[in-house]
Design a protein around this ligand. Structure first.
Ligand code: PMP
Length: 474
């Protein structure tokens, strides 16, 4: 394991796939452990990500698809030409579809409409039949996507329900593969393993294996705010679940594939924290993963900070690829609409774009020669409080309604003068990618800040705009 991420050392570290494989299923697993660098700045404990998005189907669920299908074949429950049915958030579907494609089985998947469109398209790309049902249906409703899958499996000849929430082939796949890989990749030095639970297969299988090797390894589960798992673990009471945005983890029931006895501790994380860390992992580490990975990474970093020991070794799971969330976690519009944007990470350009609701932003300005009368009319007709005075693409001054009015009241002849004779100092200009805290600092001393993009003045940000943005009214 390396101590620093500052050297990339690409040529000597490429993975070795030394021989050809017979099929893509054989390439599942042996995903790399990758150290966090920039997001772990100031944390002495090394934190390693198990990059499950590097599996051929893009998630940790690639491991359980073939395992479930092969277990059903061994038990004689699945015969040639058979059908695999599952209620899935998408990733399990891909894992099953990969194996089914090679073996020639038909797949039928049911999904709730909470999940992203990309996931539905993805499953269809693998040739699966997909049925989408409402996420609002209670767990015991017959058309809830899990119950619907069960019914289809019962009514279809030569069909199995993959049953990831109860099928022990799921945790076993992680016990046989993910756990041993982490043990070997860390040379047995892993001290903390952090994951979360959808089915609990990953947490249970890896946790069980690592604890067998070394009972001192601490197993920590991340739980979305609104899920019942932490509360159930702490108090034995299930309580009411509430909706959350992170996909694939958190529960409103206790799955049969989750063995709470291997978990030492659960920690709750809110959506905004989880999703903003997912975005940072992409931007600062080049690790492009989904929201559940952001949630787990947050817990891993928290644990590493508290442990504060360079000899400890925290390993966590990056569950699936960020490509599955381009229209959600990685869409600024979606993040804004769902109040998920972290104000510290918002850029000046985000605020400008937010004001124009997706349309190309337009900066309303006047030339130095514009008469004051016309500038005042402009201020009223565009319903703005101030106007930048722009000459040859640069801000040379600004005028505001209140100062112009004051000057006109003192002497009405000012109305016919050009604004260059009465204007105040130029407004500060920032680059579009400058983040909100810097913009706010400038706004404490200036009425507005201009935003430049590609060499052009693109927009203006006032205190009012920032307020509207952070309270999500833009
Ligand atoms: N993250 C994502 C995106 C998932 O789809 C899942 C599984 N549904 C998990 C995490 C959790 O994995 P497990 O089911 O093994 O608990």
């Amino acid at each position: 394991m390396t101590d620093t991420g500052s050297s990339i050392d690409f040529a000597s570290t490429r993975p070795r796939h030394e021989r050809p494989y017979d099929n893509v299923v054989q390439t599942i697993g042996w995903t790399p452990l990758i150290r966090l660098n920039r997001t772990a700045e100031g944390i002495r404990t090394p934190v390693y990500a198990k990059a499950e998005f590097m599996n051929p189907g893009g998630s940790l669920k690639d491991r359980i698809g073939p395992a479930i299908i092969e277990a059903a074949e061994r038990e004689g429950r699945l015969l040639p030409g058979g059908t695999v049915v599952e209620g899935t958030s998408g990733n399990t579907g891909v894992g099953l579809a990969l194996a089914a494609a090679i073996k020639g089985y038909r797949c039928i998947f049911t999904l709730s409409d909470k999940f992203s469109q990309e996931k539905v398209r993805l499953l269809k790309a693998f040739g699966a039949e997909v049925i989408v049902t409402s996420a609002a249906l209670a767990p015991d409703h017959p058309d809830n996507y899990v119950n619907l899958a069960k019914r289809i499996a019962e009514e279809t000849p030569n069909a199995i329900l993959a049953d990831q929430f109860y099928n022990q082939a799921n945790p076993e796949a992680h016990y046989r593969t993910t756990g041993p890989e982490i043990w070997e990749q860390t040379g047995g030095r892993v001290t903390h393993f952090v994951s979360a639970a959808g089915t609990g297969g990953n947490l249970t299988g890896v946790g069980r294996f690592l604890k067998e090797r070394n009972p001192a390894v601490r197993i920590v589960g991340g739980d979305p705010e609104g899920s019942i798992l932490k509360r159930y673990f702490d108090t034995g009471e299930k309580g009411e679940a509430a909706p959350f945005k992170v996909e694939g983890i958190g529960q409103d029931k206790i799955p049969g594939t989750l063995d709470m006895s291997v978990v030492d501790e659960w920690r709750t994380v809110d959506d905004r924290t989880a999703l903003s860390l997912a975005r940072r992992l992409t931007r600062e580490e080049g690790l492009f993963a989904g929201g559940s990975s952001g949630l787990i990474a947050h817990v891993a970093l928290q644990v590493a900070q508290e442990v504060d020991d360079p000899d400890a070794c925290v390993v966590f799971v990056l569950c699936d690829t960020g490509e599955r969330y381009l229209s959600k976690v990685y869409s600024d519009d979606w993040m804004r609409e769902n109040r998920m944007m972290d104000p510290a990470r918002v850029s000046a350009e985000d605020v400008v774009r937010g004001k124009s609701a997706g349309a190309p932003p337009q900066l309303i300005s006047v030339a130095p020669e514009t008469p004051v009368r016309q500038a005042l009319a402009f201020i009223t007709s565009h319903n703005v409080s101030q106007l930048p005075v722009v000459s040859a693409g640069d801000c040379v001054g600004h005028v505001s309604e209140s100062t112009l009015m004051g000057r006109v009241l003192e002497n009405t002849a000012v109305l016919e003068q050009s604004v260059q004779h009465v204007m105040d100092a130029p407004l500060p200009v920032v680059d579009g990618h400058v983040e909100l805290p810097s913009v706010t600092r400038l706004l404490s001393k200036n009425p507005a800040v201009l935003v430049r993009r590609g060499g052009r003045l693109e927009g203006i940000v006032t205190r009012y705009d920032v307020m509207r943005y952070v309270t999500n009214e833009a």
